[in-house]
Design a protein. Sequence first.
Length: 255
Amino acid sequence: MVRPCAPGNACVVAHSHHGSARHRRPFLDAFTTYLIELFHMGTDAMLTPDANTEGRARFLLDVQSSVEACIFNLLTEVPLPPPGHADVLITVGEATITLRRPPPGALPSLIDPSAVQLVCQLLSPQNLLKVFGCLLGESKIVIHASRPALLAPVALAFASFMYPLQWSSVFIPFLPAVFKINDFAQAPVPFIVGVTTSNFASLTELDEIVEVNLNSNSVHIPKHLKSDVRLPKGFFRKACTKLTSLTKVCGFLDV
């Protein structure tokens, strides 16, 4: 549903329900670029000098209408690209954005590269493998960070680690502070939930919770769960070596 936004306020939620689960993706990089261009349209207009106050007011209203028209166009007119057949190009401001999906039968591009890079910057190879083990063990995973913008990309990266398996339980990349994490911690099902560090501090039920702290590159697993989510030593050692080499080559981590 598209609703008129209040003057000066706009939000684009990056999520897609189109197609099979295998080809769903939120186009994080593309939407980030789109929002940046909308921001520039607004700020450039505010900096434009105009001696005529009435004329400037009309000009700013025109800019606001243009921004809202861009959002409306994105939500109602831009189609989801067909898998592997064609790209969809969006022009906004000075940017041309490309949306594409992999062809059927190909390794899916599950998330944008920036999300993979981000999670490798925030967590060491050892901790990434600990999280992988917890995902396979269907644990209750809470990701927290002081910066809310980190949570959704990291949560999406974690879910993609399971390919060709899929995370089919509760998945909330970012839980707003108005909802208390304690209410979710008691759920009888596995989950991946992202919260701010201040919200996580209010959590009192930690016995079943795997804590992923993006502020300090740490993963805390309750003692009674460690045997259930521990990866085989041989696999862990080899995978850690491979991940360390990859992050060094790509320059993601200073290891």
